[in-house]
Every structure is written in C-alpha cells, then in structure tokens.
Design a binder for this molecule. Structure first.
Ligand code: FPP
Length: 242
C-alpha cells in the first residue's frame, strides 16, 4: 500500500531501465510492437505514481544510442509511440507541474520527434513539482566524452577539469544523482546508462517485465531502497558521527 512508504525514505531521483517489452509480448504470442505499446502505456502509470509520491526527478531510458541497430520497423514503432506519448501526456504534465527534459542527442532524432520534444520541453519549462528526464538517443560514454570536450572548449585548464566541472556539462547538470536505479526484466547490467551519475546509486533488479512493472512493483522497489544503508564510501561509525 502507498501509505507504507515513509516520506524520508522516498528517493529524490529514480532512474529506470525499462526492459522486457519484447519478452512480455513474446510470452503472450504478441508482436514486439504490441510489447512496446504496452510499455509506453505503463510509462504513464509510473510517472503518475512517482509524481504522487513526491519523487522530484524521474529518468526513463526510452532509446539508447545502440538501439539504432534494431530493425528499422521497430525503431519506427518506438518513435511513433514517443510522438503519441508526448501528445497524450503534455496536458497532464502541465497540470501536474512536470517539467520534461531530454537526456541525449536531440539533434540526431528525426524531425517530427525533435520538434515534438522541443515543443514539450518549452511548454513544460515552468513545471516545478517533478522533472521527467527521457533518455533518448542517449549513451553514457558519449555523454562523458562530450562533457570533457565542452570543458576544453570552454578553455578550462587541466587542473580545472574536475568532477564538478564535468558534471555541470552532463545532460543532467543541476539535477541530483539518481538515488535508485531500477532495471526490469531480469538483466543485470547498466547498458551505458548514466555511468557518471550512478557512481553511488542503489541498484535494484527485478525479473518483472516493464509492461507489468506497475504501482505495486514500484512500491516493492522503493521499500527495498528504504531498507538500504547508504554509506558513500564512509564507515557506519563515521556516518553515525562517532
Ligand atoms: C526494452 O525492451 C525497451 C526499449 C528498447 C525501449 C523502452 C520503450 C518504451 C517503454 C516504449 C516507448 C517509450 C516512451 C517514453 C513513449 P526490449 O525490446 O529490449 O525487450 P526485450 O529485451 O524483452 O526484447
């Protein structure tokens, strides 16, 4: 039940790798497209619940740079679902104070998606209650390389290239690092996702496929997170102030 999640235990930033749409569909004798459609519908469920719980930053991995290697038709389906999602969710995002942000190379997206994403970002720019980051055309290694390049481009001396100056040039600049990273579908890897930002994140892996990862599954992940002891490299005694 929702009420069991105590406010201080609610993470500020949750990042999710939404995996398993294909297997969800296959196990039901459906097409991969049907799996992606069910996955896109579940995005609404999870965004709404995170917003309701007061999670201030939610990041969803919607399309990795490596996903360009998928069959053209499947890429087309994913991009159409993105357009549908933006059209459908925009009024809700405005109403709920959700600011949309994109992590990734927007310029490398097809024109309709680029235009719709830019429009949605502008329209929701005033949202103060939650940031919804969609990682699209995103890869963490490229993000880090680009941030270091930006440091050089900005004329920073080698000694001024620090964790902070690099972080300020990542797509997530100004946002807290993820407290919790969730990956659905049983795979145990990060797949080039937020590698700089996840240095101290708690990781949660569940066999549940993304389209089935509903409110209850989210609560189970948050309850598990609430029981973790986060030490950030310190001893328990240091944290207790002894
Ligand atoms: C992994 O499933 C999921 C993706 C490649 C992308 C996630 C996309 C969605 C949830 C739908 C569209 C998103 C939005 C924001 C509208 P998979 O195909 O790799 O599953 P499999 O590993 O079982 O084949």
């Amino acid at each position: 039940m929702t009420q069991n999640i105590s406010a201080p235990a609610v993470p500020r930033h949750v990042a999710i790798i939404m995996d398993g749409n294909g297997r969800w569909a296959q196990s039901r004798g459906l097409s991969r497209s049907a799996g992606h459609r069910a996955g896109a519908e579940n995005v609404h469920v999870i965004v709404s619940e995170c917003r309701r719980l007061g999670i201030a930053h939610l990041t969803l991995y919607a399309f990795s740079s490596e996903n360009w290697n998928r069959p053209k038709a499947e890429i087309g389906v994913l991009f159409s679902l993105l357009l549908e999602f933006l059209r459908r969710e925009l009024p809700l995002m405005q109403e709920k104070g959700i600011r949309l942000s994109v992590l990734g190379d927007v310029d490398g997206m097809p024109l309709p998606q680029r235009t719709a994403l830019r429009h949605a970002m502008q329209t929701t720019a005033g949202g103060r209650d939650m940031v919804l980051n969609l990682a699209i055309n995103y890869g963490a290694r490229a993000e880090i390389v680009n941030a270091v390049r930006a440091c050089l481009h900005d004329g920073l001396k080698p000694e001024d290239v620090t964790e902070d100056t690099v972080a300020a040039r990542l797509y997530t600049a100004g946002q807290p690092d993820p407290d919790l990273v969730i990956r659905t579908s049983g795979e145990l890897r990060l797949s080039n996702y937020l590698l700089f930002q996840c240095a101290y994140s708690e990781l949660y892996f569940t066999p549940v496929q993304w389209p089935d990862f509903g409110v209850e599954a989210l609560h189970a992940a948050l309850t598990d997170y609430a029981g973790r002891s986060r030490r950030f490299g310190k001893t328990q005694e240091q944290i207790n102030g002894r």
